[in-house]
Every structure is written in C-alpha cells, then in structure tokens.
Design a protein around this ligand. Structure first.
Ligand code: ATP
Ligand code: MN
Length: 462
C-alpha cells in the first residue's frame, strides 16, 4: 500500500490503487460526494470522489465517512475535474476502518492553539501540528546528518545523574524513597539518602556537557542529542521543564572554532529544512509567520554578526531608555536586550562572546583580563538565546582556583578534573535547545506547540 504522499506524486493515469487515511472533510454534491483524505505523510489531502448513483459505495457506508473516520478506499487515480488538486481518486469501494461521530473535537473550523493544547492527543491530526511533527523529525535527521558527516560520534550521556555539579538549572530529584512515609516520620536530621536507590541523592540531568567532555577528550568530536530537564519556574513561551538539547563537544578546538561549527550547524539545518520540507514550510510561511522562508534564506546567506558582551552592552546603553531592565555591565542580558540586538541593531543572528565570569559557569575558560570568560551565546530575532556555549577551562590550576572562589568542592568533581590532570587539551562545545530551533524555523509562537506533550510548571498532561 502507498502513502498519500506517494500517491499524490503519481501520474493520474487511471491506475487502480488503494489509499488509507482519516477523513478531514466530506462534502456532498448532488450526484457525487467529495472526501478529503489525509494520512499525515504530507500536508495535502487526497480528494476521493464517490459516485452516488452507480452504487459502488452504499449510502450507509457513505454516511459513516464523517470528519475523523478512518477509511480505506480503492479506486482509479485520474486527473481532477475540479480545481485545487491535480489528481483525484474515483472510488470503486470504500471501507470504514474506524467510525467517528459528531463528538469528534476536530470538526472543520478554526481551532486556537490553546484549545488544541487541551487535546494534545489529537492535535497532530491538524495541518499545523502535523507539519510541526514532520519538521521536527526532518530536523532530527538533519542534526545527526550534520554531525555524522563532520566526524562527530553520537554519545549517550546519562539521564539520571548524581553529580550536583552541572549548575545549569534547577534539578528534578529522582528517588525511590517513600516520601509520604518520610514526611510522616518528620525527620529532624533530614533524609538518609544512603537508603535511596543510588545510595545518594540523584537528579534528572540538566545538561550532558560534563560527560560529553570526557568523551571529547577521547574521541575528539562528539555530540549528544537527548532530553534534558529543568525545574525552573519560568512560565514563558521559550521554556519547558523537559526539552531536547543538542550538545557537541570538540577537542583541539578554541572558541573561534566553536563559533564556526555552531554557525555552520545552524545553517545546515535551515538549508536542509528549506530543501526537504518545502510543502510544510510554505504552510508556515502562509499561515503562521509571513516571510519566514525569506528570513531563513537570508540567515543562510549572511555571516553571523560577532560582538563581545562589552560591545553589546555599549549598544544597549545607547537605547537604555527603551528597556524595562537597564543594561548594566556585569548583569546577564535580558530577553528584551537580546531581541533589541538581533531585531533592531543587527537584524539577524548575533554571536555574543566574552561574558563576565560572574554570570557564567565555573568551567568556562578565563580570559587574561581576569573579568571575562570565553563564552558565546547565539541570539536570534524573536527568541533571544538559542545557543549557549564556551571554550572550557583546560588549565587545572585556573579551574580549581575558580571552583574554590565559588565554593565548589573539588572532591565532587574529581573525575572531571582528571581531564585536566591527564592530557589536558583545549576543547569547546555548546548547547542548543532543539525546541527553540524549531520555533525559529517554523515561526511558531509558543514552545508548548513544537513538542508533542509539553511539560511545564503545573502541567504534565497526557
Ligand atoms: P535561558 O537564559 O533562555 O533560560 P539558559 O541560559 O538557562 O537559557 P543554557 O543553560 O545555556 O540555557 O542551555 C543551552 C540552551 O538550551 C539554551 O540556549 C536554550 O536554547 C536551551 N534551553 C535552556 N533552557 C531551556 C528550557 N527551559 N526550555 C527549552 N530550552 C531551553
Ligand atoms: Mn545560556
């Protein structure tokens, strides 16, 4: 059996074939009935035409072909007599595989994304969410393709970690302790984690980076691509509690090399989507965000702007009056600042480097000025940060000195410090939030709508 995508690519030469899918709409004419069938393999529907007079399909069967029903249709593929499509399937027989009813929530009319979020188990049957799902799949494939073509090895870093050292965000705890029982005992001395599953406190990972570094310092070029978890209480259109992150880590590579790879990577994915997801991208361009295709084309063409954090703050100070949060050297850039830089000043992606060490993680390579580190964030219009990365501190002395300043316990990081004890080498990497990249590519407005089942504060439905 052929997918509808295949069938729609065939010459409508009268061949007989069988198609299956779900009814999007049924329209009754006087002598014929038109059924728009979709199986999710592509955006377009196959128009099925049933002759109501020749008796090929009993009226009782036709009555069961309402929106949402699952059908198998056998018929002849012929040039369409109506406009709007090239081919249509003239049905010789229709079998209802699964009935539907008036209660089906996706009757033909416009549904808001908010409503569709409440029926997330059905929303992939709409044009928008099916297109997002197909693009998400294509982008995943492109991500692996980029890295595999460039000599990177895919490494699976752990989801459960007992390192408290990642520091990238609030963690979810993983435990098999009976918390109710613990609470009833009300232990003044606290919980005895030696009784817990791992014999100590464990969490869901917030980043695979530290483990990826160990493999980069063995295989040279590696990447992770998997789920990460942050229990941050940020109710924004850009934050999920469970999201997918792409984290390459590269040995023998400084910040310059890191930026080059990040830029080439983003451009590769954008190009892949334009070339391979044309129908879906045209939909997003027409229905979700006007001009998104042209924007992406321009991003692929132009080199990304690169400025230092200090220069960025200089730019922001010129427009200080227009911000809610005053730009001050030493403070992290707010989303409004990131949007201003990318939308108003540079009109495209911007790589900001050399942030103050106080607002960045302990492992970032220290600059000679004693104040900044070799960090780089990539900011894009509409979203702000999509990538956070850095060259890592490879000097044992400098790294441990910084850890001491921050009150981190060297013992906890012993294995990580071994990388600096034995054959230490310049290495760099970055983390890219997959869902943010999907938002960027599709023009979708809310991160809850580019992952099948979003997990956010107070929400883990389905
Ligand atoms: P932000 O400042 O936007 O909260 P961050 O600085 O906490 O992000 P990093 O720790 O640098 O983010 O993580 C690397 C990348 O992971 C980010 O650039 C972003 O694309 C993505 N990311 C981070 N947190 C989230 C989240 N809660 N939901 C979705 N993506 C995220
Ligand atoms: Mn960051």
């Amino acid at each position: 059996m052929h997918s509808l995508k295949e069938i729609l690519s065939f010459q409508p030469d009268g061949r007989t074939l069988t198609a299956s899918g779900w009814v999007r709409t049924k329209r009754d004419g006087k002598n014929v009935c038109f059924i728009a069938l979709n199986d999710g393999s592509c955006m377009s529907n196959l128009q099925v035409v049933v002759d109501k007079e020749n008796g090929s399909v009993p009226a009782e069967t036709l009555a069961r072909c309402g929106t949402g029903a699952a059908l198998t249709v056998t018929g002849k593929l012929l040039p369409s007599e109506g406009g709007g499509q090239e081919a249509e399937l003239r049905a010789d027989s229709v079998t209802v595989l699964g009935d539907t009813s008036e209660a089906y929530p996706l009757q033909k009319k416009h549904h808001s994304v908010e409503f569709l979020r409440e029926i997330a188990h059905l929303r992939a049957r709409t044009n928008t969410f099916a297109a997002v799902a197909r693009i998400r799949s294509a982008m995943s494939y492109a991500i692996h393709t980029f890295f595999q073509q460039n000599g990177f090895f895919y490494v699976h870093t752990p989801i459960i970690t007992a390192n408290d050292c990642e520091g990238a965000g609030q963690m979810f705890q993983v435990t098999t302790l009976d918390l109710d029982a613990v609470a009833k005992k009300a232990l003044p001395e606290g919980i005895d984690y030696s009784q817990d599953f791992f014999g100590k406190k464990a969490n869901l990972t917030v980043s695979g980076q530290l483990s990826a570094e160990t493999y980069a310092c063995a295989l040279s070029r590696v990447y992770t691509f998997g789920p990460t978890f942050r229990a941050e209480n940020s109710n924004t259109t850009r934050h999920l509690a469970e999201f997918w992150m792409i984290e390459p880590e590269i040995a023998f590579c400084d910040l310059e090399g890191n930026m080059e790879i990040a830029e080439a990577f983003i451009k590769f994915i954008l190009k892949y989507v334009l070339e391979n997801c044309r129908e879906d991208m045209e939909f997003f361009d027409a229905r979700i965000q006007k001009g998104v295709i042209e924007t992406i084309r321009q991003v692929i063409e132009k080199p990304f702007v690169r400025i230092t954090y200090t220069e960025a703050v200089g730019e922001l100070e010129k427009a200080a009056a227009s911000f809610e949060f005053k730009p001050v050297w030493g403070c992290d850039l707010q989303t409004e600042h990131e949007k201003y830089l990318t939308e108003k000043v540079f009109n495209g992606p911007v790589i900001v480097t050399d942030y103050p060490k106080e607002i960045k993680a302990f492992y970032m390579k220290q600059n000679d000025d004693g104040k900044t580190v070799r960090a780089m964030d990539i900011l894009v219009p509409r979203l702000g940060e999509i990538i956070g990365g850095s060259e890592r501190e490879s000097d044992f002395g400098k790294l441990t000195a910084r850890m001491k300043e921050l009150g981190l316990n060297e013992k906890d990081y012993d294995w990580y410090l071994d990388l600096r004890r034995f054959g230490t080498v310049a290495h760099s990497g970055f983390g890219l939030g997959f869902e943010r990249l999907i938002l960027y590519v599709t023009g979708m407005a809310n991160i809850r709508d580019v992952i099948p089942y979003p997990r956010t504060v107070k929400n883990a439905e389905f």
